[in-house]
Design a protein around this ligand. Structure first.
Ligand code: 26V
Length: 790
């Protein structure tokens, strides 16, 4: 079956240099000599855009002619990062770009750094969405992404006196060369209430229905080779662009403007929380707005090529990225029943067969639940539909499990009791044909714990899709040293078929290859150190072991466990200065949710640790801690290729999958980690003997909850005790006594929920093995190559 819809490789006349100069002149009004770095970026990006525009139209035309099944990915986040180098590379324009750069004497790094890092996401979930879009285009699948065009992405992080500070990310300050506004394809969205701005926040005004517009902004998604150019369509909210002349003539001119203001508020900012549900009504409306715009658009596309609604689910697949777009269930029902006038049963059949749901977390506090009164005010028709779905669903459950009232209560779409709520995960499972977790262990736990009742009712719906990452951005683009070496060894087939990396297994016995492999890592580290010095002035040692943990700061990810390990190593060096320990730099990076106080304190602790160690002449040049501020896609691209050691140390059972684990592995780092998420499958693939696994398993974590006592470890493990005593003696906080008391409370007084102390000893043992291996470079290289190959 032909499921690929490409339109042949890129062919174009070599007019790119002329393009570049024309854009400088006609768009920015400058010549070569007068151009700023930003002008040069825009001209280069617009030249690339010219080349891809025709091909994008060709892709769309191919789809229209062949009328294949379309895939729509609904996600409230896309962590896109920068696009220029990615687009040049995927269009295979690198040789041409290099020629322009050489002829015009351009500084590529400087130009690339002009582009804002599009941060329309919080972390793993948003980056996964961006990786999937790129991979779908590379696989020449007729896929389209839908999301929101936030004016402000994830906040910018800076560190002051060790503390995280948040600043707004005004990423659209200068026009974005990659987006095309399509006002002609705007969509109307109707809400059950209006909103007014009062005291800076939006307040619903019940009983006064209102209308918003969604304006699509399209971004090209270029498949590797440039055959397929798909679209990521992001919606911006505006008020209808007519004035209410009646109000106007009554002197309510300003009021008319404030209405616009409140509509646009809707897509102003991304919610930066990944730690706690922030029960804001605005967020619910954001979610509905995404769903309403996207479904209206997808339905419109379906109608262009089809007339038989019974074929809808054969022509349209809609994937819900977590429950944020789960309102797609009642919204699609509303369209089919109220607008298309299908009967309930037929509409329900189509809805279930069209929709599928991906779950990304087991944390119960992360499962979305929205108060019923909010639905009553804002989305009354959708609530009515949810109630009817629930009535039919529960009567089925009663028939199948007579007398099992507990099951009825737990699987109901509505949480009863004070403050009735709609359970969005239940809506997503009941209203779709597929529910997947993002790694084998996660999918199993989902079935056995978090969604157990629903999994027993619909066992056939539950399945696993282990996450992946695009090797174009995360190896080819970010690590030219290693990707060049790989291509020289096994050809370039791996770029679009990752399984071909297994051909590297044969090269582990090739000593020249091992040597070149280590050299590629050393070169990447050298480049990184140059870049850090250039951008921050900070000096780093490329000959140290680079040991990294980069991800959102969260208790379950246990950056604190990593910090405890470092304190223990620091104590060992202080007590025994003659200790043989290869110089090592510990890198941390990541943002904490602005309201997550303990996560912010962990950042503060890591920074204080860094300062104290830097100030101690006894360990200078031996260990160093670096907290890199403002973790984002671009920083990951710089850091990951340099890494020797990847820390994946979540409490087992808590990290759904992880995706940075994969990026580090394919860039030749060795993993020290717990048996959690996708790390388990990665170790199985590369061979557990090539991993440094440690710690409690998910079963052991769950099984020891009842009796786990962190104080036992404090009392029986001298190194743990000495490390904790040092921290709580204010050794790292001389000028801020007591500042780390909440860490002691969490670890020793409140039961150490994430079991740091239970795993510290085995973490240190794994670390020992890892350091021993580093002293045998040839063996290290062999294992690292096996990791890339796996
Ligand atoms: C989100 C929220 C939202 C507010 C309530 C509390 C809470 C807690 C956790 C989260 C995480 C959001 C979902 C997410 O980003 N999950 C990540 O998804 C990645 C892609 O599947 C996966 O690799 C990570 O393991 C998983 O944490």
């Amino acid at each position: 079956m032909n499921t690929q819809y490409g339109c042949g490789p890129v062919q174009f006349a070599g007019a790119s240099e002329a393009l570049y100069e024309r854009h400088l002149l006609f768009d920015s009004g400058v010549d070569l000599a007068g151009a700023t770095a930003r002008d040069r970026f825009e001209a280069l990006a617009r030249s690339v855009r010219d080349i891809l525009s025709q091909r994008r139209l060709l892709t769309e035309k191919t789809y229209e002619q062949q009328n294949p099944k379309r895939l729509y990915y609904l996600s409230i986040e896309y962590l896109i990062g920068r696009s220029l180098l990615n687009n040049v590379m995927n269009l295979m324009l690198m040789p041409l770009a290099n020629q322009v750069i050489e002829d015009k004497k351009l500084n590529l790094i400087e130009i690339l750094e002009q582009e804002p890092d599009a941060g329309l996401g919080n972390g793993g979930l948003g980056r996964l969405a961006a990786c999937f879009m790129e991979s779908a285009a590379t696989m020449q699948l007729p896929a389209m992404g839908y999301g929101l065009r936030y004016e402000y992405g994830i906040f910018k992080q800076s560190i002051q006196k060790g503390w995280q500070q948040e600043m707004p990310d005004n990423w659209l300050r200068s026009p974005d060369p990659w987006e095309f506004a399509r006002p002609n394809e705007k969509v109307e969205v109707n809400l059950g209430c209006s909103f007014e701005l009062s005291g800076g926040s939006l307040r619903p005004v019940p009983g006064r229905p209102s209308t918003l517009y969604g304006i699509p902004f399209d971004r090209p998604v270029i498949g590797y080779g440039g055959s397929t150019i798909n679209t990521l369509r992001l919606w911006a909210a505006t008020a209808p662009d007519y004035f209410n002349f009646e109000e106007f003539s009554h002197g309510d001119f300003v009021e008319a403007f404030t209405q616009n203001l409140s509509a646009e508020t809707l897509t102003r900012v991304l919610y930066p929380d990944d730690s706690r549900l922030m029960g804001q009504g605005l967020r619910l409306i954001q979610e509905y707005f995404l769903v309403a715009c996207s479904l209206a658009d997808a339905v419109r596309r379906f109608q262009r090529g089809n007339s038989d609604w019974r074929l809808f689910a054969e022509k349209v697949a809609i994937q819900m990225n977590d429950t944020h777009p789960a309102l797609a269930v009642p919204e699609l029902m509303r369209i089919l029943v109220d607008q298309v006038h299908l009967g309930w049963d037929e509409a329900w059949h189509i809805t279930q067969n069209t929709l599928a749901y991906t779950n990304h977390t087991l944390l119960p506090e992360a499962l979305e639940k929205w108060p019923v009164p909010w639905f009553e005010d804002m989305l009354p028709r959708q609530l009515e539909i949810i109630y009817e779905i629930n009535r039919r669903f529960l009567s089925d459950v009663r028939r199948r499990f007579p007398g099992d009232e507990g099951r009825i209560q737990r699987s109901s779409l509505i949480e009863e009791g004070f403050g009735k709520k709609v359970r969005m995960a239940n809506v997503a499972v009941v209203g779709s044909h597929s529910t997947n977790g993002v790694a084998a262990i996660h999918s199993n736990l989902l079935r056995e714990t978090t969604l157990r009742d629903l999994a027993e009712i619909f066992p056939e719906r539950f399945n696993n899709k282990t996450n992946g990452v695009t090797p174009r951005r995360w190896l080819l683009l970010c690590n030219p040293e290693l990707s060049g070496l790989i291509t020289d060894a096994i050809g370039d087939g791996w770029i679009s078929d990752l399984s071909q990396l297994s051909k590297l297994n044969a090269f582990t016995s090739d000593s020249a290859f091992r040597h070149d492999f280590l050299k590629a890592k050393r070169d990447a580290k050298r480049n990184f150190c140059d870049w850090v010095r250039w951008s921050t002035g900070q000096l780093l040692d490329p000959d140290a072991i680079f040991d990294c943990q980069v991800k959102r700061i969260h208790e379950y990810k246990r950056q604190l466990l990593n910090a405890l390990r470092i304190v223990v190593l620091y104590n060992r060096l202080r007590e025994n200065p003659g200790l043989n320990m290869h110089p090592r730099t510990f890198f941390f990076a990541g943002k904490a949710a602005p309201a997550y106080r303990l996560a912010k304190l962990i950042i503060k602790f890591i920074n204080n640790l860094a300062v104290t160690i830097d100030g101690d002449p006894a360990v200078r040049g031996r260990i160093k801690v670096v907290f890199l501020p403002e973790y984002c896609v671009s920083l990951a691209e710089h850091l990951i290729p340099t890494s020797d050691v990847s820390n994946q140390i979540s409490t087992a059972g808590y990290e759904a999958s992880g995706t940075s684990n994969m990026k580090f592995m394919m860039n030749g780092a060795l993993t020290i980690g717990t048996r959690d998420g996708a790390t388990i499958e990665m170790a199985a693939q590369a061979g557990e003997e090539n991993f440094f696994l440690f710690g409690l398993t998910a079963e052991q974590v769950a099984g020891s909850r009842a009796w786990y006592n962190p104080r036992w470890h404090y009392e029986h493990e001298p190194e743990a005790r000495e490390a904790l005593d040092l921290i709580f003696s204010d050794y790292f906080s001389r000028n801020e006594p007591g500042v780390f008391a909440p860490l002691r409370d969490a670890l020793l007084m409140q039961g150490d929920h994430y079991m740091h102390l239970a795993d510290l000893k085995s973490y240190l043992e794994a670390d020992e093995r890892l350091r021993a291996l580093y002293n045998q470079p040839d063996e290290w290289a062999r294992k690292a190559i096996l990791n890339v190959a796996g």
